[in-house]
Ligand binder design. Structure first.
Ligand code: 5AD
Ligand code: SF4
Length: 483
């Protein structure tokens, strides 16, 4: 898995020159005459996109509000990954349709992954919304909203091969002032057979590394202490290199994910770096070594397995086998023995037998994940699985298998948390604990939540916490010295 790439510090030099040459220019404060209420569903990428939407609409004179009652414009950033996500959005849209009866000027729009698929039914059949805008068309939002004000319905669901919103400074929504997302790429080229994302978000494209590093620098200067780099498959991040592995411009550095991680980690030792999502077929040892070299790259990897059986993985078109996956886990454990690992698992994929399901349970026992997101298979329109396979595992079997998976994971999560009791961790404080004003909470590098008495500390600081107990998977402890 060796790859040709320039030494990271070459790219670093180039990027820092670039940064010095271009001071941040704050746009003139526009006058905000209208209010936008924005609700997001689904993955972190959608939440990150909503911050881009808020920025575009801010320029167009819309201030965001948390109160839907006072909004002139309501936008739902939707998710299509499973049927139940779509059902929730439908319910919300029906509520907003009712609200429109008493507020005829209210404009309601659907953004994100449901846009392309449901534009006709949402706009025409059900007349639920005025506006439908896909994930690559957000720059067009102000025009489209104007079109609606002019009495028309408005749609733009075109997908792009280039759009990365690279230079747009996101407006941080629901910000705690400590942790933020940075989107590093868009779309996905993998075509896992169960997944609708390649259809809703289009082709994979990477954002230029200079704008990513600049965004991290700006966040650090604003007091943020942790960034999460987001992409559907971060391991295939690449800049200045085409799909055949050829360098595009010899005068510019090639930046792959391992180098990008090091560049962002180089912004400041007190800026933590996280990332999501890794793909087992693409995660190289280079990335693991980069993580090991930098204290501030968090020792936590989300590595979705989906199934523990190689035949199922083949039907899922995941591009790896059980053995390959376990080899990647072994590499993580070898290079970073303290690294936490989480995963995604799907129960009851097309044709899954009891024995194949048993292989998922046995893989879980072998890996002992710190955490997992677990789902029942939900057939999605247009996907390879919908076209090629029958959704033939009964609802009852799907439910039971999912419960078995959840129960097993529950034990593993507690076991992992138990292993952290008695140890001391550097914790980045994120805020006041939900349960008590006298306590703060933060995370250790492994992403476990740690709660401790407030003392004189505050959000954004690092403290060393000695963990004395766990309550379920939450760690509790006391500050032993300033970090
Ligand atoms: N059914 C169930 N789960 C799915 N996921 C993606 N598509 C589906 C589907 N059709 C899960 C996968 C993926 C996570 C984001 O959502 O586990 O990793
Ligand atoms: Fe979907 Fe697979 Fe792409 Fe993830 S890697 S977004 S599961 S197609």
């Amino acid at each position: 898995m060796s790859e040709t790439s320039p030494r990271p510090h070459d790219a670093q030099a180039l990027l820092s020159e670039e940064h010095q040459g271009s001071p941040t220019v704050q746009p003139a404060q526009p006058t905000h005459t209208r209010k936008l209420y924005l609700e997001s569903y689904g993955c972190q990428m959608n939440f990150s996109d909503s911050e881009i939407v808020a920025s575009i609409m801010d320029e167009a004179g819309y201030a965001t509000t948390r109160n839907e009652e006072e909004a002139d414009l309501i936008l739902l950033n939707t998710c299509a990954i499973r049927d139940n996500a779509e059902q929730r959005v439908h319910k919300r849209l029906t509520q907003f349709k009712r609200a429109k009866r008493s507020r005829p000027d209210l404009v309601v729009g659907v953004l994100g992954c449901m846009a392309e698929r449901l534009r006709e039914s949402l706009l025409e059949q059900q007349k639920l919304v005025d506006l439908v805008v896909g994930p690559d068309a957000y720059r067009d939002l102000p025009n489209l909203v104007e079109q609606v004000h002019g009495g028309q319905k408005a749609v733009n669901v075109l997908l792009s091969r280039e759009e990365t919103y690279a230079e747009i400074s996101p407006v941080r929504l629901d910000a705690n002032g400590v942790t933020a997302f940075i989107s590093i790429m868009r779309g996905c080229d993998n075509m896992c057979s169960f997944c609708v994302v390649p259809f809703t978000r289009g082709r994979e494209r990477s954002r230029d590394p200079q704008s990513i590093v600049r965004e991290a620098q700006q966040l650090f200067e604003q007091g943020y202490r942790e960034v999460t780099l987001l992409g559907q498959n971060v391991d295939s991040y690449k800049w200045n290199i085409d799909n055949k592995g050829q360098i595009k411009n010899p005068d510019e550095p090639v930046v792959r994910f391992a180098e990008l991680l090091e560049l962002v980690a180089g912004v400041h030792p007190d800026l933590r770096v996280r990332f999501s999502t890794s793909h087992p077929k693409d995660m190289t040892d280079d990335v693991l070594h980069a993580m090991a070299r930098h204290e501030n790259i968090c020792k936590y990897i989300h590595l979705p397995v989906q199934s523990g059986n190689s035949d199922v993985l083949k039907r899922m078109n995941r591009g790896y086998t059980r053995e390959w996956y376990l080899d990647r886990i072994a590499a993580i454990r070898r290079i970073m023995p303290d690294c936490a690992i989480s995963t995604d698992i799907i129960a009851g994929f097309c044709g899954e037998t009891e024995a194949e399901h048993g292989d998922t349970l046995s893989l879980m026992r072998e890996v002992r994940y710190d955490m997992a997101y677990m789902f029942k298979y939900s057939e999605r329109p247009r996907t390879l699985a919908e076209r090629k396979f029958e959704d033939d595992v009964s609802e009852e079997d799907k439910g039971r298998r999912l419960r078995e998976i959840i129960d097993l994971q529950g034990g593993h999560s507690q076991e992992r948390a138990e292993g952290m009791v008695g140890r001391t961790y550097r914790v980045l404080i994120e805020g006041v604990s939900k349960k008590s004003d006298e306590e703060l909470f933060g995370r250790n590098t492994q992403n476990s939540i740690v709660v401790f008495p407030k003392g004189a500390h505050k959000a954004g600081e690092y403290v060393n916490v000695h963990v004395t107990e766990r309550v379920a998977v939450t760690l509790r402890g006391t500050v032993v010295e300033n970090g």
